[in-house]
Design a protein around this ligand. Structure first.
Ligand code: HEC
Length: 119
């Protein structure tokens, strides 16, 4: 009897703890991604991701657009900046915000893919 009660408590507590932790972790990441986007990217890329500078910023909502690239490629292009051949304006490194970390960039990539691509 001595070991049964703690064992039952442990077994019932585990799933409860797992469920409690999950929404915290996912919403934390998405909140950060949204925050980064609103603070740094929205001016050029627009609230709906279709681009605030017509003919200059790409359409993130296009299924074959920039967000169809891999996370790795987007990560490099966002961190180092990016200019496609013949384009009138380059994407500035980190959108011009040197305070962004690699985690922030990953969070904003996740946010943009969730928000602007419907797959
Ligand atoms: C000053 C304007 C400006 C800001 C701020 C800006 N961008 Fe850009 N971004 C651009 C332009 C212009 C392009 C297109 C460059 C080209 O195709 O030559 C671009 C392209 C991109 C691309 C496509 C890259 C590819 O591989 O095709 C991604 C992804 C991107 N931006 C993400 C971001 C994110 C994330 C932020 C915020 C951290 C941000 N941008 C902030 C102007 C901006």
């Amino acid at each position: 009897m001595k070991y049964i009660v703690p064992a039952i408590i442990a077994l019932t507590a585990l799933p409860v703890m797992a469920f409690a932790a999950m929404p915290l972790m996912t919403s934390g990441d998405n909140d950060r991604g949204e925050e980064v986007y609103q603070e740094t990217c929205i001016a050029c890329h627009g609230a709906d991701g279709s681009g605030a500078l017509p003919g200059i910023t790409p359409d993130f909502t296009a299924p074959d657009g920039p967000l169809s690239k891999s996370d790795e490629e987007l990560m490099t292009n966002i961190i180092e900046g990016f200019q496609s051949p013949g384009s009138q304006m380059a994407m500035p490194p980190l959108g011009g915000n040197d305070d962004l970390t690699e985690e922030d960039v990953q969070a904003v990539i996740d946010y943009m893919k969730d928000e602007f691509l419907d797959d």
